[in-house]
Design a protein around this ligand. Sequence first.
Ligand SMILES: [Zn+2]
Ligand SMILES: [Zn+2]
Length: 150
Amino acid sequence: MQDASLKRPPADAQVHLTGGCQCGAVRYAVTDEPITAATCHCRDCQYSSGGAPAHALIFAAGSVTMLRGQAKEHRYKGDSGHTVMRSFCGACGTPLFGGSEGMGYEVVRAGSLDDPEAFHAQASLWTSSAPSWHHVDKNVPHFPQNGPAA
Ligand SMILES: [Zn+2]
Ligand SMILES: [Zn+2]
C-alpha cells in the first residue's frame, strides 16, 4: 500500500517488527528485539481487551517508531502508585501500547503486530486476577501478580 503520509524509521535503524491498528490509522515499526513477552491476566488488561488476558511484548524505551497517526493515550494511577499509560487507536479502538512512568520500557500489544506469531510468552502475570475461564499458560513461569522485574 502506497501512502505519501507514511513516515519511515531512521535509516540506520533495523526494523524487527511492524504493526498498527485494525483500521490502519496508526502504523508503527519496532527497531529492537523484545526484552521479554508476557501474558497478563490483570483486571486492567481485561478491561482493555474486552475480557481476555493481554498478550504483550516488552521493548526498551525508544524502540517504537510511529510511522503514521498517533495513538490516543489513557493515563491513570496503577496499583504500584506509578502513572500507567495505555494507548489505543482513537478511530477503531485497537489496543496498541502501554508503559509505566519511570520504567524504561514500552509495551506493545501482540494483537496489533502485522505478524502476531512474533509473540512468544515468557511468563504469565497477575494469575490471581484471572477469572476461572481464562486459560493460564503454566508452561511458562507464572506469577500471582507482577513477575520479577524484567
Ligand atoms: Zn485504528
Ligand atoms: Zn495486565
